[in-house]
Write a protein that binds this ligand. Structure first.
Ligand code: SAM
Length: 241
């Protein structure tokens, strides 16, 4: 749906996301998510910029970012809020990191862990050098004690490392950095764990692992059609202290 200037109308259905720097927009008949651009005029991965009420938003591509896919697939609440501290494991070139950076704003921080040197260089050039709330950490997430720039606990851990031990990596980081009642958003790439077992079974096996380690499971989302054989597990950390 477009107005006379060719810009998309903002959807009226933003009630769940009130006070959040994200909006639902309708572009070419499709409901899409967009985040308030922290760095006006600058795009990160060629995404479209949209003006609304004097503000600039970046369209958040569900085929490029699993968190956008999860929102489109019915994530009940986006637990990431302005001012929060987020530890992001598997930052890659920073596509999803950049949208989380928009959401937490300048009062928040995104610690972005990525060990692959070439990818991390792009993360620094395209994202961290322009967004002061993104702190790149060029380390292996299997060694959470090696992140010297993380101070104190974080509110959210987002893990998308596509490794066979992805859930163990997430849990190990939560034990070191996640505050009680903090949130884990774990992307499970089922084929990295087991290529033969039914993906649904792999996801339920990984969520059991989280439950056994003190997590309450709030929601599980199948990310198809945006990402085949991927799921998102949204858990709340309730360790016995
Ligand atoms: N989350 C990214 C996004 O939405 O833009 C995509 C992540 S990609 C699927 C997985 C990333 O995890 C790769 O960049 C890879 O280098 C990184 N990775 C793999 N093993 C890792 C580890 N042990 N610690 C941290 N990152 C790792």
């Amino acid at each position: 749906m477009f107005n006379n200037n060719g810009t998309p109308f903002m959807s009226q259905n933003n009630s769940e996301y009130i006070n959040l720097p994200i909006k639902w927009v309708v572009v070419e008949g499709q409901k899409q998510v967009a985040s308030l651009n922290l760095i006006k005029g600058i795009t990160v991965y060629g995404e479209k910029l949209i003006k609304y009420k004097g503000e600039e938003y970046r369209l958040w591509d569900p085929y490029r970012s699993k968190l956008s896919g999860a929102l489109k697939k019915g994530l009940k609440t986006l637990p990431i809020l302005n001012g929060m501290k987020v530890l992001y494991l598997g930052a890659s070139t920073g596509t999803t990191v950049s949208h989380i950076s928009d959401i937490v704003g300048m009062n928040g921080i995104v610690y972005a862990v990525e060990p692959a040197a070439r990818v991390a260089r792009e993360l620094i050039q395209n994202v961290a050098s322009k967004r002061k709330n993104v702190i790149p950490i060029i380390e292996d997430a299997r060694k959470p004690h090696s992140y010297f720039s993380v101070f104190g606990n974080v509110d959210i851990i987002y893990c998308d490392v596509a490794q066979p031990d992805q859930t163990d990596i997430a849990i190990a980081n939560c034990k070191v950095y996640l505050k009680p009642n903090g949130i884990i958003l774990l992307i499970v790439k089922t084929r990295s764990i087991d290529v033969v077992t039914d993906p649904k079974q792999v996801i339920s096996q990984e969520s059991k692992k989280l439950k056994d380690n003190g997590f309450y499971i709030e929601q599980i989302i199948n990310l198809e059609p945006f990402d085949k054989d991927h799921g998102l597990i949204y858990g709340i950390y309730r360790p016995t202290l």
